[in-house]
Design a protein around this ligand. Structure first.
Ligand code: ADP
Ligand code: MG
Length: 727
């Protein structure tokens, strides 16, 4: 460790020790830089406060006068904390966050200067953001985009800048970001889920989706990471031989967090606390130098914002600690990849978890309603969910025998499986009074409040019920959770809408009582959606075969997975739920395809460069050493040299073969890239996937073989061993 690094580490450790001494509690930091309820109560008039709260809870409009008031108070609050600038903070379709800072400072008549920020600046802005991907929605010369305040996610101060979470839309109304469709999906979910809750409680008011993400990542010494062009330019290693020791001893998982990583985590957690990101859990992950950080769950829109913010903060804090954070889903071949499990549930009036079994049969019927409807929604839209997590980088992780496969299935555990099996076998049609009582007591009454399966859960499942929430595990570490959350909440909203129609129909036409009608519909749903339930090992070919028989999709790469996004049923679904129109869907589809193609194109170029400019020349230098050595041996030993230099001669031949292969394959790969000019859109992405990408591993194998032969002193790339085990 360099002296600068050591000093940085010592500094952080001293600071944290001092804090403990001063007894400064973490909780005191929480939300210090957030314009939250408490700050608003201090700074806003009662009318303004209520107006913002109403907008947050019920989506009501904030009128212009009030917006002016809020803006002035927000500015005063922000300036009292040292902020000098403000920005509309948004999430364009790059998946990252974007901001353009403006100073509060304004000059008046060229001489007088004062700090100014009014309602107009708060509510709407027009960033010249014409370079963000828009999939053809905006032609730069005509439709401008604007950002608009999202009062459901509180403003915060980051690096002396007041950040106002906003949506980003075109003047023609189409969403240009990730947040707008998510907010619309959450609205649809609220509408249809609340309608169902009213079956059980007339006073039900609002249902929110909750999200608790688990962010996995690697921390690599930045000097080492930057010494590798592949890590620097693509976020993953494109070659590298596995070290003798990998993760086989499982000695990293949940082990003691190394001191330098710990210092980073502590610093990070402090920044998160101040920003109101409720991080709670941190631990080592399976692979060496792999970690996880997870918060207490929050309302989904806020949780998505917080995850995006966290990823930014991590980049910033890591620089201070001379680390590079890798969010790529598979930075090292043969070593565990990184996911971002999305724990998802539904919360009624911020009080009741609708996916938590209750104390009474009626509460359990409500639980079963949401539980079974979610299963049905996932069953009918498994391919859409798969497409929501598709990306070039996640392709490297999914199905790699340590992460969920490309097939979406649901694990619910033995207890709930037994309940559903029993429920399924109740007679069709109107239930007899006897059956009704039996049902309530035997089946519904059997669900314990705390589910045992919580402890013996199946880690191989891409979508698992874990006691009081579903855990969508296929989401990748690099991706913005908005995509997965928009898809999931939309399909559940639609499913709940259909459910209500079916139940009401039975009540009206068959004169069934409400709970009986609910039972009847749920029972049919259990039967219909059985194929999505899978309790076994989701890794490997046995399940692949079985899933095929069950008619489940198995899209192994992004171009294949994305196709469903523009299927006519999917377009109709998003339209019906008012989440996205056809233009918005088409735009996102094209952006995703372009992103995929560009990523592969960059990887292909970088790999070609490393193979030919780093690996081959090094192999030649080493080969020359061997040749020199052989020549010398011949000089001394004469005819006997062939026996004595046998190994050297063999090695010279083997190296030659690898060099020839690398050159030939790289040229072929370049040829394949040139052919790509004939295609565009899906065809182009498919060409990269099927004609360019296959060369990656072939070239890599030759390079990795050379790594094991060439003198370690000569090898030009930092090795896996050094990247993964330098702490
Ligand atoms: P594990 O790694 O064992 O799956 P973690 O404790 O790392 O569990 O993460 C569980 C995540 O689930 C946390 O972010 C937690 O806040 C979240 N969670 C718990 N209850 C809910 C809920 N009702 N809705 C959404 N997320 C939840
Ligand atoms: Mg976890």
């Amino acid at each position: 460790m360099s002296i600068i690094r050591f000093n940085a580490l010592q500094e952080t450790l001293k600071r944290s020790a001092l804090k403990v001494e001063q007894n400064e509690k973490r909780s005191a930091l929480f939300g210090k830089n957030v314009f939250n309820k408490y700050a608003m109560q201090q700074y806003l008039t009662r009318a303004a406060y209520e107006s913002v709260m109403n907008a947050k809870e019920h989506g009501t409009r904030i009128d212009r006068k009030i917006a002016d008031q809020v803006a002035v108070s927000m500015k005063d609050w922000a300036m009292s904390k040292g902020a000098t600038h403000y920005t509309h903070w948004f999430q364009p379709l790059t998946g990252a966050t974007a901001e353009k800072h403006d100073a509060f400072f304004e000059s008046i008549n060229g001489s007088l200067a004062m700090e100014k920020f009014d309602g107009e600046q708060l509510v709407q802005q027009e960033p010249d953001a014409s370079s963000f991907p828009n999939g053809g929605i905006r032609n730069t010369f005509e439709a401008r985009g604007y950002t608009a305040w999202d009062p459901t996610s509180p403003a915060f101060i980051y690096d002396t800048t007041l950040c106002i979470p906003t949506i980003f839309v075109a003047y023609t109304g189409e969403a240009l970001d990730n947040k707008t469709p998510l907010l619309r999906a959450l609205q649809a979910l609220d509408t249809h889920a609340t309608a169902i809750c009213k079956y059980f409680d007339k006073n039900a008011n609002k249902v929110s989706a909750t999200l608790g993400w688990e962010q996995e990542f690697f921390l690599i010494d930045d000097a080492l990471a930057n010494s590798r062009p592949d890590l620097q330019l693509t976020g993953r290693t494109l070659l590298g031989h596995l070290p003798a020791k990998g993760q086989q001893l499982d000695d990293h998982y949940f082990g003691i967090i190394p001191a330098r990583a710990m210092a980073f985590m502590q610093d990070l957690e402090e920044e998160c606390m101040v920003l109101g990101i409720p991080v709670k859990t941190r631990h080592n992950e399976v692979a060496p130098n792999q970690f996880e950080i997870a918060p207490i769950f929050e309302e989904a829109n806020l949780a998505v914002d917080h995850n995006s913010l966290l990823m930014d903060v991590m980049q910033k804090v890591s620089k201070r600690h001379h680390f590079k954070v890798l969010f790529h889903e598979k930075p090292f071949s043969g070593i565990n990849g990184s996911g971002k499990h999305n724990n998802w549930s539904l919360s009624l009036d911020n009080k009741i978890n609708l996916l938590s079994p209750g104390k009474t049969p009626m509460k359990n019927l409500q639980f079963l309603t949401f539980f079974i409807n979610t299963i049905k929604a996932v069953y009918q839209n498994e391919e859409l969910l798969r497409s929501a997590v598709a990306s070039a980088s996640n392709d490297c992780r999914l199905g790699a025998s340590e992460a969920p496969p490309n097939i979406i299935s649901i694990f619910i555990g033995s207890q709930l499986s037994a309940v559903l099996d029993e429920l399924e076998n109740v007679t069709i049609g109107k239930l007899s009074p006897q059956e009704k009582t039996d049902l309530k007591l035997n089946i519904i009454g059997k669900i314990p409040e705390i589910l045992l399966d919580n402890t013996d859960r199946n880690r191989t499942s891409p979508f698992a019920f874990t006691g009081n929430k579903f855990e969508f595990r296929a989401v990748g570490a690099f991706s913005n959770c908005a995509s997965a959350m928009t898809a999931l909440n939309t399909i559940v909203a639609k499913q709940l809408k259909d459910f209500k129609v079916a139940v009401d129909h039975l009540i009206e036409t068959k004169k069934l009582k409400k709970d009986e009608a609910i039972f009847n519909v749920l029972r049919e749903y259990i039967k219909e959606s059985k194929n999505i339930r899978f309790e076994g090992d989701s890794y490997g070919t046995v399940w692949e075969k079985e899933a095929k028989k069950r008619g489940l999709s198995n899209n192994k790469n992004t171009p294949e997975a994305l196709k469903i996004k523009i299927d006519k049923n999917v377009i109709a679904l998003y339209k019906e739920m008012e989440v996205m129109n056809e233009v918005e869907i088409q735009a996102r589809y094209e952006i995703k395809l372009q992103e995929y193609t560009k990523k592969l194109q960059i990887e292909s170029r970088v790999l070609g460069d490393i193979a030919r400019n780093h690996v081959v020349p090094t192999a030649i230098i080493y080969q020359n050493t061997l040749l020199e050595n052989t020549k010398n041996l011949k000089e001394i030993f004469g005819a006997d040299f062939k026996n004595i230099a046998k190994e050297q001669i063999e090695l010279i031949m083997v190296i030659s073969n690898h060099i020839t292969q690398i050159n030939a394959l790289t040229l072929k790969m370049i040829e394949a890239r040139k052919k790509a000019y004939d295609f565009e859109g899906l065809k182009l992405a498919e060409h990269y996937c099927n004609k360019v990408k296959p060369f990656f591993n072939q070239i890599r194998n030759h390079c990795d073989a050379l790594e094991t032969m060439v003198d370690d002193n000569l090898w030009p790339l930092t090795k896996y061993r050094e990247l993964l085990f330098t702490k």
